[in-house]
Design a protein around this ligand. Structure first.
Ligand code: HEC
Length: 243
């Protein structure tokens, strides 16, 4: 009985300490404060175990298709490179301030399965900057990005640029007037021939505002260079000025 009573007192005391800490404001939530080793371990182990479990039952279409990969590189450049960077390209200002940082996807793609990459891309990761792209894109629009990530580990700065140049006009985030290439590529290789799927790039005004970032055409070298120098040009550094 005595042991049970002592145990109950210890539990109550523990709860009071935890709740007190939560309300005290002592924990530093700033993204500039590094996570402790323990917090890092808990978060990354939880994240990987969760993704492994949930990605198990995903049917992966044939991703070994150059048309699909070319569609994917444009979308990757428009949707992912700002945070994750790309071969020869540092993350932009938004990606530089993330904690946890957005990892180099060349390494992630070398270690994760296509199903896992797809799951994270579609569902995002809570309490990090990783968005759920499935909220705005259907699966057919996301598989090309995954197909591209499967070849990403083999690319360097030059081959990335060269592939981007070859991909001009493919992918739903390219502003080029080739509205069917993405749907065809996805349809042929995924077995979901759905030419009416909503993510082909129609060069209409409505589409451009719907995908806010499609106002940058990342398919050409000029805009990519412009993108690269942007953070230095405006020096968003650590100050709080408004735009
Ligand atoms: C706004 C910033 C941001 C954008 C844009 C973004 N990500 Fe992420 N992403 C993150 C962050 C931060 C993490 C790390 C999360 C963590 O450590 O738990 C991450 C993690 C990931 C991971 C898991 C990597 C690993 O090693 O486990 C994948 C895969 C991924 N992102 C793919 C993408 C793809 C594909 C796109 C574009 C369609 C994209 N991300 C766009 C911020 C971003």
């Amino acid at each position: 009985m005595k042991i049970i009573r002592m145990f109950a007192i210890a539990v109550i005391f523990g709860v009071i300490v935890v709740v007190g800490f939560v309300y005290s404001g002592l924990y530093d939530v700033s993204a500039t404060a590094p996570h402790s080793g323990l917090a890092n371990w808990v978060m990354s182990t939880t994240m990987h175990a969760s993704v492994d479990r949930r990605a198990k039952n995903i049917d992966v279409p044939n991703l070994d298709d150059e048309a699909l990969q070319l569609a994917g590189i444009n979308d990757f450049d428009a949707m992912c490179a700002a945070c994750h960077g790309a071969p020869g390209q540092e993350p932009e200002a938004i990606g530089q301030g993330l904690n946890p940082p957005a990892p180099d996807l060349r390494e992630s793609a070398a270690h994760e399965t296509a199903a896992e990459l797809f799951w994270v891309t579609k569902h995002g990761i809570k309490m990090t900057g990783m968005p759920a792209w499935g909220a705005s894109h259907d699966d057919e629009a996301l598989w090309p990005v995954v197909a591209f990530m499967t070849v990403l580990p083999e690319l360097n700065a030059d081959s990335y640029r060269a592939m981007l140049a070859r991909a001009e006009g493919s992918g739903h985030h390219s502003a080029d007037d080739d509205s069917h290439s993405h749907a065809d590529a996805a349809g042929e290789s995924t077995g979901h021939p759905d030419p009416d799927q909503p993510h082909q790039d129609q060069p209409s005004e409505g589409k451009v505002t719907e995908h806010q970032h499609s106002s940058h055409n990342h398919g050409d070298k000029e805009s990519a260079d412009e993108k690269k120098i942007q953070p230095q040009e405006h020096d968003h550094g650590g100050d709080d000025h408004a735009h």
